[in-house]
Design a protein around this ligand. Sequence first.
Ligand code: PGA
Length: 256
Amino acid sequence: MRKPIIAGNWKLNKTINEAAQLVTLLKRQIPDTQHVDVVICPVVTALAAVSEILIDSDIQLGAQDLYWEEKGAFTGQVSGSLLKDAGAKYVIVGHSERRQFFNETHETVNKKAKAALKNGLTPIVCVGEMLAERESQTTFQVIEAQLKGAFAGFSADEMSRIILAYEPVWAIGTGKVATPAQAQEVHLFIRKEISILFGEEVARGIRIQYGGSVKADNIAELMRQADIDGALVGGASLDANGFSDIVKNAQVAALK
Ligand code: PGA
């Protein structure tokens, strides 16, 4: 069975001090990750400090982006090995905000996911359609192109070490969550597509998170869908009570 995974994407929020305060609370409020994996992704400047605080916790640490080169004349970039050095185990790759605002392409997502694996980081690779694409009924084509682009040249073994996040862009930060049926339809499509590209076994094992306006009061219903294996949470992960309630409700849903 697939162990669900809830990840908090803090985006561009919180100083080192604020991050330390939040993670100290989360540690207390999420004592147990036996049934649901929990990951938090602070800004890169807070990674090392948060990592120290998480030493005696099962909550795991992730980064929000990486660069594919290891080192050299690449001003402003941070490589996978440096994220690992700062304590990260996961890294978000290809978030829609990066695709929209920072020229992330199929090719750069592919290079970043590869570089993450090479450095022993688990990439959380995001896919999802824009509102106009959903309205013009091209959601499946868009997702298919994103998957083929992101994982071109990947082996089945590499693919089995990936986590996917389906995040419809129209649901991110809008309060407009996809209905469980809408999300499940795309999750099932993604799993079928992975099966075609990498085989049945990889498809059965791969964890696919849903993302977009996830809150404590909608997580359980989403997780009840057969192909939804947790969530990537933005806004609601910035608050200790909000995020720990999501994790608690996910734990209850996972045990049913
Ligand atoms: P949201 O963001 O939960 O604030 O909608 C989700 C995300 O961008 O990962």
